[in-house]
Design a protein around this ligand. Structure first.
Ligand SMILES: [Cu+2]
Length: 140
């Protein structure tokens, strides 16, 4: 009787260990990359993809531009390229108009293909981010 109990108890312990190990491997970075890729694929299926030019200089500009686009509900993905000056967007066109995204970005101080920069926000940008307002955004 005692041996039977011991066997059952060790089985339970083994099951618990397996359960926790499985949980851990689910959270390990290699696996979360896979999950990110899946999430990204789903986002791209759900959303409308587009891109447009946004003036800016550096990685700090990139952060501000992307954050202002992503602060809007309905913007699923925003990725601004320092070299090409293009922001790639994935957004839900049922939730948001593209013009609102242009406006949010220009309000943060960055001129887009459609909207002039907000001068006050531009003046408040760090000096390294105060790009040449006459810059072209169609350089590829
Ligand atoms: Cu910058």
């Amino acid at each position: 009787m005692k041996t039977k109990f011991k066997i059952i108890l060790s089985l339970i312990i083994v099951l618990l260990i397996v359960y926790f190990l499985r949980d851990m491997s689910f959270n390990d970075p290699a696996n979360s990359d896979v999950n990110d890729a899946k999430a990204e694929a789903i986002v791209e299926l759900m959303g409308t993809e587009t891109s447009f030019g946004v003036k800016g200089n550096c990685k700090m500009c990139k952060k501000t531009i992307e954050a202002s686009a992503l602060s809007l509900e309905g913007v699923l993905k925003a990725d601004w390229d320092v070299k090409t000056k293009q922001v790639s967007l994935v957004y839900d066109d049922q939730m948001i108009d593209l013009i609102s995204v242009h406006k949010a970005i220009s309000d943060s101080g960055y001129g887009t293909d459609l909207n002039e920069l907000n001068k006050e926000a531009y003046d408040n940008l760090p000096l390294c981010c105060q790009y040449d307002p006459d810059m072209q955004t169609d350089i590829n």
